[in-house]
Write a protein that binds this ligand. Sequence first.
Ligand code: CA
Length: 732
Amino acid sequence: MAVRFIATLVLCLAWAGSALAQSSILVRTPTELQRAIRDAGAGDTIRLADGVWHDIQILFTGEGTPAQPITLTAETPGAVILSGQSNLRMAGAHLIVSNLVFKDGYSPTGEVVSFRQNSERRARDSRVTGLVIDGYSKPDRLEVDNWVAIYGRGNRVDHSHLANKTNAGTTLVVVRDPVQGLENDARIDHNYFGPRPVLGANGGETLRIGTSSDSRSNSRSVIEFNWFDRCDGEVEIISNKSGGNIYRGNVFFESRGTLTLRHGHGNLVEDNVFLGNGLDHTGGIRVINRDQTVRNNYLEGLDGEDFFSALSVLYGVPDGPINRYDPVANAVIANNTIIEAESVFLGAGADDERSAAPTDSRFVANLIVNATDSDLLHLGPDITGITISGNIQSPALAPGTPGGFEARTIGMSRNAHGLLVPEGLDGVGARRDLRPVSREETGVSWYSKDDRAATLDSGRVVQVQPGEGTLAAAVAAAGAGDRLNLAAGHYSVDRVLVLNRPLTVSGPSGGEARITFDRPTLFEIGRGAHLKLTHLTISGRDAPDSVGNAVIRTRAGAANYILIIEDSRVEDLTVNRDFDVFRAEKGTMADLLSLERVSVRSVSGMVIGADSETDDHGTYNAERVSVTDSTFRDISGPVVDLYRGGTDESTTGPNLVIADSTFERVGRAGSRPFSINLHGVQTASIVGNRFIDSGGVRFHRTVGTPTLTMAGNETVGTPELDTNLATVEAGL
Ligand code: CA
């Protein structure tokens, strides 16, 4: 009996001891982690050992209490890396995840961090803090995932660093449903949303709260004191799709898009700071639906127009379906300061479908300061439903400004927080003590917010001598940002040069570096690559006798890359038909394709083929295309074929400049007999060119209000412009 008692006592002590020890346990293997999660109780902390955890899919479940949550964290903040095919799901209550880093890989599923295990089991009253997700993007840029998905109720994501998402899908999304409660009270604060490059398609939202189907109910989420740093994905930096949310004290820095109140009623947008620094498509706040309040925001240097305006109030669809634009009613837009903006648009987006003007709304006590260009106010067909009063514009009003604006010269000075405040003016514009959250106050202190992506010409300079295989060997050995300096002579290449890093290949400024290649392609631009070619001569004479060769093409995953060709010659691409200089493959997108002082002759295909996105979903292959001071002779297809199909309104491109170039016997063959073929392009400037015995220019509008400028072009034996545009700008 006594022995049994003592044995029991020992067991009890051992249990108590292990319970104490378990309150903070360090785990070193996936098996240890799994066991620790299984055994964890309220108040316990599980720490992942420092190091790289490769291909680890964590399911963190448990029931903590408000006073005693269960915590999953790192041994050392910043020293636990989840890489490869990793992700994390949480389910239960009062769980905390902190200080984990996802990088060097991508989630195998539709989410990196999810506040649910499956459609039945969610997390509630839980928190993710100090999370870093950096560049953890799916390689196929049009494959959708959400990096952080908040399900459940009462959950919070704070002080996290989410940067460099290049594939489609939100960076952070709040998913609501009636089972968990539509009033889900998410809190999203002090996060650093780092650079998100242009997606070139819908689906590039940094933040989305809700979906259209449940949007006429309240989420009651609070989004405050976050930094949005160059979040350029698409027109909606934030896509609000629910009601009763608060957006407060956030900073939007050089972000090309707007905080869009896309669906849902009764949201509050206050104390936010938008800083565009004059970059194109930087925007502010877009108002749609009922009962929205936009007050005390500071908007400076925003260059966006139309849906990218500093402020826009939209027309709506009368009695429209839930996924369309509800009319604006009872909006209050008050005490905002708008400085050096390109556009404020009251009554934007009116068309056959969006025919309902704003009603019962007020635009009051706003301060607009534009030193030089006073003509920023744009008005829709009917704005009588907006009461405009007590606004001041400095120094002058544009002709046609409606009543409710007073012209007055206001002195402005920059305060300690870097914001311009008016001198001697009370009650108009944002409050004087508005303090933007600093970048340092967001994200985490132990992970740098500085850009680390390599750029062109940021690496070493390497000398290369002519010969067989010397160029291929140099490319294979090149590091990110390296520049290969080719001496004069002949370089023959017997393989496709696949690039995954920025690379410059430069010939001598005197003499000729001549490249020939005997594969269907010379350069292939992959994920992470940029390519600059300068002072080279490239001949296609040794390429194989097959259809569809290209000197340069993209491979899957190439996104936001730059291709520059300058001071170079490309010739003899005639061995078979459809031999292109450059071909963008489907699913890839360039930030910039640039030809400057380039001479191209004898080509059986196109020069720039960026026409692969034919699904008509608003996707396209190049954001900007620029051709200047160049000469094109005997090209079968167009010099530029640029395509964006469909009526999606999420994006800003493509944009094109062609200037001071000569087209001779270009674009006369095949199904598209044009020297320049532009379909769905948003801005095009074709200025100072000569077209001789060539196909004409085609410009076809698909969506938006594109602009085409044609000036100073000379044509001989070339058809007139073929366009469905009503007006073409004739001057710059
Ligand atoms: Ca969108």
